[in-house]
Design a protein around this ligand. Structure first.
Ligand code: ADP
Ligand code: MG
Length: 596
């Protein structure tokens, strides 16, 4: 296989971009792979989070997102939030009573979800300045077929072909780059969002995550923390629901600040509220709620048959895991620090985008994203660089070439493995060398195949095979094939550009020189042996041409073009002689066999 076969031809720029969507209980996000990078798209206000809220006005108007949320306190029964709980009701759990009646509003969970998806589609079309019609959408791991189909239907109602439904923990693991984990490695995804808690244990199997177990609570999330805090700060006799918004804002600030003051002047027209809340106080209030996640985690581990210490990573997902107390609780529960390298409320969406990128071919496979930063090859006769794997080839990859002995009776061949962009072997870096032995024979009788293969980990294996004897010689080069300092790569490329002209001249010169060195002795030998079969005039022309070649060959300045021309002239001048040689040989052979 040639290295070029590995370049992606499935990439189809004419088809519309494939979106990645996290359709969340509280917030939804949309993104796309652009120029090879997964990005999340912002709306006209610069926000990447679209609240999963839809407001149905009395006049038939429909508002989605932040605009809908602003109407919630005025018209709670006309503002639909957390509709995902209605699609995703988990069997056996107490039914959640929403503050709205979907039938009265003339809508359904699927239709509400479709409104949110329409909004995300519009955000994407505005950002990308082109129509979009395809998406990958995430759902909780525990969603059954009916719930997945409902989600798909919502997509179609919004004008999106749903190319794939992906489970949220799998998407999160992709976002955290955990698809690079070795086979059989296990991870836990702890997802505490606005309204739900999910814990999943995943295992990597042949490059694909398997959900080993999932547990959780569709009635436990950040909203509950907000309500608990609101109940605490509400003055005697006041409705705590009034203070939920302020409580949520205070809760968020307490993730980074030690203490905040909540001020609500004349919240009911007469009374004002001004209260100081410290992080320690918040922790005391939310502790019982956060501790409820513990039993679910233990259950998920036991269902998966995995001990906490056997996990390779614990990753955090969901906005509520920004709370320091939640992080501490997770660390203590699993006996290790959780991975917090991604934005927890964006991880699922980012993973959906990566999955979309893989499906559409704009990201091949996250594993395969690595490319060879510089060309890899071997030194060939005359000190030239012979490229086997060109730079920027996606790994893993494999490529090879056949070589032969340049001189008669050669018994071995030194293969120098090189890396770099220069034409001459000496200007490139040597990664290693291997000697291949073969039985002596005529020039060109040996057949040595050299194959380079780079695996997904960037390890280069050089296999040299004597195809006559079947003898293999193997050389393994760790990582250097792919892991090169960016600075050194840039320097190498800059030098190759800078020296492009002289390098090319040197390559042509070397090739011409090899040809001249082969030509001169054979012409001399022919003239000596069969000189009587050419006229004196012809002989003079040949000798003149040969002398020209010799002069150029010995000149201190390498004039590649002239030497090439002189070689061609000598070739031309000896045409007659060559034909006559063949005829003569033929005659002699026939005569020997008594045929003439
Ligand atoms: P979902 O998956 O339910 O759609 P998200 O993952 O977006 O939701 O989480 C939303 C929840 O995260 C809300 O309850 C919000 O208050 C909470 N949240 C967001 N940022 C913070 C923060 N900095 N500190 C504490 N909670 C936060
Ligand atoms: Mg979520």
């Amino acid at each position: 296989m040639q290295a070029s076969d590995l370049f992606d031809t499935a990439l189809n720029p004419s088809s519309s971009p494939l979106l990645g969507i996290d359709l969340g209980t509280t917030n939804s996000l949309v993104g796309v792979v652009e120029s090879g990078f997964p990005i999340l798209l912002a709306d006209e206000e610069g926000s990447r989070l679209t609240p999963s809220a839809v407001h149905y006005g009395r006049d038939g108007s429909v508002l989605v997102g932040a605009a809908a949320l602003r109407r919630r306190s005025l018209e709670p029964s006309r503002t639909v939030t957390s509709v995902k709980r209605l699609i995703g009701r988990r069997g056996g759990e107490g039914d959640w009573q929403p503050p709205y009646d979907l039938r009265e509003l003339g809508t359904s969970p699927v239709a509400v979800s479709a409104e949110v998806l329409k909004r995300l589609k519009a955000v994407a079309e505005r950002a990308l300045e082109q129509p979009v019609s395809r998406a990958v959408i995430t759902v909780p791991a525990y969603f059954n077929d009916a719930q997945r189909n409902a989600t798909k239907q919502a997509g179609e109602l919004a004008g999106l072909t749903v190319e794939r439904i992906v489970s949220e923990p799998t998407a999160a693991a992709l976002a955290y780059g955990l698809d690079k984990l070795a086979d059989r490695k296990k991870i836990a995804v702890y997802d505490l969002g606005g309204g739900t808690f999910d814990i999943s244990v995943l295992e990597m199997r042949e490059g694909v995550f398997q959900v080993l177990s999932t547990a959780g609570d569709t009635q436990l999330g950040g909203d509950d923390l907000d309500r608990a805090l609101a109940a605490k700060i509400a003055p005697e006799g006041a409705d705590p629901a009034r203070f939920v918004e302020a409580a949520e804002a205070a809760k968020r600030r307490l993730s980074s600040e030690e203490s905040v003051r909540i001020e609500l002047p004349f919240y009911d027209g007469r009374n004002s509220l001004s209260v100081e809340v410290t992080r320690a106080e918040l922790e005391k209030i939310i502790r019982p709620l956060v501790e409820r996640t513990r039993a679910h985690c233990l259950r998920a581990l036991s269902d998966a048959g995995v001990k906490a210490e056997e996990l390779d990573e614990v990753v955090l997902v969901g906005g509520s895991t920004r709370i320091p107390f939640v992080r501490q609780h997770v660390a203590q529960l699993f006996g290790r620090e959780p991975n917090t390298s991604q934005n927890p409320d964006e991880a699922v969406a980012l993973g959906a985008v990566i999955q979309a990128g893989i499906l559409s071919g704009s990201l091949r496979n996250v594993l395969l994203l690595d490319v060879t930063p510089l060309s890899l090859g071997i030194e060939t006769f005359g000190g030239l660089m012979n490229v086997i794997i060109p730079r920027n080839t996606t790994i893993p990859c494999k490529a090879g070439e056949m070589f032969t002995n340049a001189v008669a009776n050669q018994q071995d061949m030194l293969i120098r493995v090189l890396q770099g962009e220069r034409e001459l072997a000496k200007d490139n870096w040597e990664l290693g060398r291997v000697v291949v032995h073969f039985p002596p024979g005529a020039k060109g009788s040996a057949r040595v195949g050299v194959q380079f293969s780079i695996d997904a980990n960037g390890i280069l294996q050089v296999l040299a095979r004597d195809t006559v004897t079947g003898q293999d010689t193997v050389l393994e080069i760790q990582n250097t094939a792919v892991d090169v300092d960016d600075e050194r790569v840039e320097q190498m490329i800059a030098e190759s550009v800078e020296h492009a002209f002289e390098d090319m001249n040197e390559r042509i010169w070397t090739e011409a020189k090899l040809k001249a060195e082969e030509l001169l002795p054979s012409v001399a030998a022919a003239l000596e042996q069969f000189g009587d079969s050419v006229t004196a005039e012809e002989r003079a022309v040949i000798e003149q041409a040969a002398a020209e070649v010799k002069v150029l060959l010995e000149a201190p300045v390498h004039d590649a073009a002239s030497l090439k021309k002189a070689n061609a002239a000598l070739d031309d001048a000896t045409q007659e002689l060559a034909v006559r040689l063949v005829e003569k040989a033929m005659e002699e052979s026939l005569a020997r066999r008594g045929l003439v």
